[in-house]
Design a protein around this ligand. Structure first.
Ligand SMILES: Cc1ncc(COP(=O)(O)O)c(C=O)c1O
Length: 383
């Protein structure tokens, strides 16, 4: 039974206020937003209110917001939608980074297979892209630049504003995956040189299976889904009304409490980091990620000499849910592409553990986890 949940970068529990908003919308009657009758109009009005809420939070126009079925769908739609629209203008270049989420990286690889030319920018040992590398890669043939705001494994932030300026100079479209950063970093789309922005509800205490894609007015875009004329012909399919209403509620709460969320996450991260140093000894682990340019809610450390899997399994047995830097695919251990891009030794790569914090976590949980981790580490080392 999990008693300490330190895996908020994977998903978060729905906030009670968000659940109430979801239930109220779901109880509102069987209204298809495309129907002309009163129930349909009511569903349509609820989506319009959710759109207005996001427009205010992001400082953009309501018409620039498209609701989707996930962060993954938003990323894919931005990439395919923008790349194919740009191809008509003779632009074939795609620029991204080696540390993007697979929702971006695999979509870029697919575009490459379709004939686009792909540049994957390297990162330094802290997981950050060099502005100079981005500038050298972006030119007048670039169709789309896709750079994440904050990394889901390490929390490292990228210089999206500076890269966006350069992309704009070259009339390349700029996409930002803000799935992990939203709720901890403000996004003012009136100021930021961004054409597309992806968000996901379940990372900010909203429901799973709801996403958002911001498409700047006038940006070339071809839809991925065809069918009805929902979302102004940019995303066909009957809208997830209750999910969208709940997403807006979660976003409203997250943006109102942004500073509190940041401070709480920072407190948790510091408490666990200090607890590990105290209980385990600072020479038994290394910090992965940037010291300055980082999200507050992610702590990635490598327990040198141990394996992520055994640490995670033992933490799980003790009721602590955390996550690893590697994925087990068809029985074989696959190191994290993010940490690999940071050029880590295989020892550091295969001993990485990610703790991520959020709503409801307490300092006592951090202290307890530090003690549990030290006990597990001693047990595994003495084997
Ligand atoms: C940075 C980032 N992008 C995209 C996604 C995908 O979002 P979703 O789970 O809503 O498909 C995730 C989810 O982990 C993520 O962390």
């Amino acid at each position: 039974m999990t008693s300490i949940y330190f895996d908020h970068a994977a998903t978060t529990a729905m906030d009670p206020e968000v659940i109430s908003a979801y239930v109220a919308a779901a109880n509102n009657g069987p209204g298809n937003p495309s129907s002309l009758h009163a129930l349909g109009r009511s569903a349509r009005e609820q989506i319009a209110a959710a759109r207005d809420c996001f427009a205010e939070i992001l400082n953009c126009q309501a018409s620039e917001i498209v609701f989707t079925g996930s962060g993954t769908e938003s990323d894919n739609s931005a990439l395919f939608g923008a790349a194919h629209a740009q191809l008509k203008r003779g632009r074939k270049g795609i620029v991204t980074t080696a540390v993007e989420h697979h929702a971006v990286l695999h979509a870029c690889r697919q575009l490459e297979a379709q004939g686009f030319s792909l540049t994957v920018l390297p990162v330094d040992e802290f997981g950050r892209v060099a502005l100079e590398d981005a500038k050298a890669a972006i030119n007048d043939t670039t169709a789309v630049v896709s750079i994440m705001a904050g990394n889901n494994e390490t929390g490292t932030l990228q210089p999206i504003a500076e890269i966006g300026e350069w992309a704009r100079k070259h009339k390349a479209l700029m996409h930002v995956d803000a799935v992990q950063a939203f709720g901890y970093t403000p996004f003012d789309l009136g100021q930021l040189p961004i054409d597309f922005l992806s968000l996901s509800a379940h990372k900010i205490n909203g429901p799973q299976g709801v996403g958002l894609l911001y498409i700047r007015k006038g940006s070339p875009y071809q839809p991925m889904l065809f069918g009805g004329s929902q979302e102004r012909n940019r995303r066909a399919g009957t809208e997830n009304v209750a999910g969208i209403v709940a997403f807006a509620k979660a976003a409203q709460l997250a943006s109102e409490k942004l500073q509190i969320r940041r401070e709480h996450a920072e407190m948790m991260r510091t408490a666990l980091l200090e607890g590990l140093a105290e209980q385990l000894g600072a020479d038994h682990f290394v910090l992965n990620g940037h010291l300055e340019y980082r999200l507050p809610h992610i702590l990635n450390v490598s327990f040198i000499g141990l394996s992520s899997e055994s640490m995670l399994m033992n933490l799980d047995l003790e009721g602590v849910a955390a996550s690893g830097g590697s994925a087990c695919t068809s029985g074989s251990l696959k190191p994290s592409h993010v940490l690999s891009a940071m050029n880590f030794s295989s020892e550091r790569l295969l001993s990485a553990v990610r703790f991520s914090f959020g709503l409801g976590n307490t300092r006592e949980e951090a202290d307890k986890t530090a003690k549990i981790t030290a006990t597990i580490s001693a047990r595994l080392r003495n084997r």
